[in-house]
Design a protein around this ligand. Structure first.
Ligand code: PLP
Length: 411
């Protein structure tokens, strides 16, 4: 029997590791097993390789190699940026306020929440209905006691890109550090730390066809940051622990490939994404795009389908071999509505019917053809069981109309 076709459209959750990345990593599980802190040839060899990798990552964002520390991923980079900058102040120069947005990834939101339970004060900038932050809103939240302003470069669920430069100018005028979580933009759109004016920037390997469990944090020279993991003097004393050598090598190779192909990959992803959106809009009624149409990373499409449950769509698409997401992968397993879509003011019932399609370099037009042979049928099927779907007329009922309809059935 033929295996069903598989289509992976969940690249914002994670990506397949590029074959060249695997190839680059393998020697570091074999002969290149040395500890980079060792003084002998085994150690020196890997230490040099780590330095080369640091340079590749630094060059990709216009930073100095000494401004990059390797971490276990985007989550740890966010934690070091936020907890480390909060702890970077002595009692005399207390800066106890943290400002972020309502749509951050849990890696930022939960870290800020943790600090808020421990004596820090948290403020959250709102977003508009396209998930954009208005930089002016920072003026109402920031003060001279603010340690850090953390605003994601682009949102992982809807893809909206934030005006980081304008936000960072306000943050700087209050002497606060400016952090951006660039996990979803790195190698998808060009990033230069001076252009966006940030002091701290988080990256992750597994979102860019690199390995899982590796990431990096850019820390602008002179920024007051304290370590949150204590031990040896690794990573300029800011992140103790023997380095994940193979992971670092893999990250650097993924960065090298990602930067080399940035324009081509971005154009390809955008073409695929826009084609899928066009076909969905043409074929399926009662759908809407979530996020900003133009200020959006090229690979992300988030759409709401009225009168459906996203989870029911996910399960049925999965049975057809199609992998998508109903929101952040981190919150799957719970049926909580997406905090991002709710923050954008989208009504609860519509939030529940939202899907995220996120493209990568290996997706093809045949993938879209395949999705379109299943999605309209599945939406139709799921709508049939919704009390708000009028299947005779193919339209959405108001709650009042649906109540009247059920009374009639009852009689
Ligand atoms: N930040 C954003 C915006 C993300 O999308 C993710 C992953 O979903 C993370 C942080 C966490 O990165 P990691 O999985 O490398 O810890």
């Amino acid at each position: 029997m033929n295996e069903p076709r598989r289509v992976y459209l969940d690249n914002n959750a994670t990506t397949p590791v590029h074959p060249k990345v695997i190839e680059a990593m393998l020697p570091f599980f074999k002969d290149g097993f040395g500890n980079p802190s060792s003084g002998h040839a085994y150690g020196r060899f890997v230490k040099n390789k780590i330095s080369e990798s640091r340079e590749i990552v630094a060059n990709a964002i216009g930073a100095e190699p000494s401004e990059i520390i390797f971490t276990s991923g985007g989550t740890e980079a966010d934690n070091i940026a936020i907890c480390g900058s909060a702890a970077g102040h002595t009692k005399k120069t207390d800066r106890t306020r943290l400002v972020t947005t309502t749509i951050e990834h849990p890696a930022v939101l939960e870290t800020v929440k943790h600090l808020a339970k421990n004596g820090y004060e948290a403020r959250y900038m709102p977003v508009d209905n396209e998930a954009l932050v208005n930089p002016d809103s920072l003026n109402d939240m920031i003060n001279n006691e603010t340690a850090i302003v953390s605003v994601m470069h682009a949102n992982n669920e809807v893809g909206t890109i934030q005006p980081i430069r304008e936000i960072s100018e306000i943050a700087k005028s209050y002497g606060a550090l400016m952090h951006t979580d660039a996990v979803q933009t790195f190698t998808k759109i060009p990033i230069n730390v001076d252009d966006v004016g940030v002091d701290l920037l988080s990256l992750s390997g597994h979102k860019i066809n690199g390995p899982k469990g590796i990431g990096a944090l850019y820390i602008r020279k002179g920024s007051k940051i304290k370590p949150i993991i204590h031990g040896g003097h690794h990573e300029f004393g800011l992140r103790a622990g023997t380095e994940n050598v193979a992971g670092i090598i893999g990250l650097a190779e993924a960065v090298r490939i990602g930067i080399e192909n940035l324009v081509e990959d971005a154009n390809h992803a955008q073409k695929m994404r826009d084609e899928l959106e066009k076909r969905i809009t043409k074929t399926i009624p009662f759908v809407r795009l979530n996020g900003h149409r133009e200020k959006r990373i090229p690979n992300t499409l988030n759409m709401s389908f009225e009168c459906v449950e996203g989870e029911a769509l996910l399960i049925n698409l999965d049975m057809a071999g199609i992998a998508i997401s109903t929101g952040s992968a981190c919150s799957s397993g719970s049926l909580d509505p997406s905090h991002v879509l709710l923050a954008m003011g989208i009504p609860h019932e519509i939030v529940h019917g939202s899907l995220r399609f996120s493209f990568g370099p290996t997706n093809t037009i045949e993938d879209i053809d395949y999705v379109m042979t299943h999605l309209p049928r599945i939406i139709d099927m799921v709508r049939q069981i919704s009390p708000l779907w009028d299947s005779d007329n193919g339209k959405v009922l108001t709650v009042e109309e649906a109540a009247i309809g059920s009374l009639h059935v009852g009689h």
